[in-house]
Design a binder for this molecule. Structure first.
Ligand code: SF4
Ligand code: SF4
Length: 117
């Protein structure tokens, strides 16, 4: 145990760095390149802007902070670089504006491999 430091749970930290249990942990506000999703994602959300009510549930629930509200366009924007395909946003979207699609489905066609490589 370090001398002169208060004890918080089982970890000794200085008072200015202590965070109460259950509190929000401050996180960097910029994009963190280390957290970019690799090519293992197999499914991703797609938004129907006509159905979206801008309730911000996707923004609140996404564990990877992928959703942003664009004030200029009045639309939700998805940063796919960090999306892990967990589909929490799809489950939390009240008007079902979000649907899931296989990773390799694109607007102008479906990309499918004939056999695994
Ligand atoms: S699928 Fe998961 S990681 Fe991707 S935007 Fe939705 S909640 Fe975020
Ligand atoms: S949860 Fe659905 S309705 Fe709400 S802002 Fe996101 S996409 Fe739009």
């Amino acid at each position: 145990m370090s001398k002169g430091l208060p004890e918080f749970g089982t970890i000794n930290v200085s008072e200015e760095r202590a965070v109460p249990f259950g509190a929000v942990t401050p996180a960097p506000v910029n994009e963190q390149e280390l957290f970019i999703t690799s090519n293992w994602r197999i499914i991703r959300p797609v938004i129907d802007h006509e159905k979206c009510t801008r309730c911000l549930n996707c923004y609140i629930f996404c564990p990877d902070a992928c959703w942003l509200y664009n004030e200029e366009t009045n639309m939700m924007e998805l940063n796919l670089k960090y999306c892990k395909g967990c589909l929490i946003c799809v489950n939390e979207c009240p008007p079902n504006a979000l649907t899931e699609v296989p990773e390799l489905d694109f607007e102008d066609g479906v990309v499918r491999l004939e056999k695994p490589f």
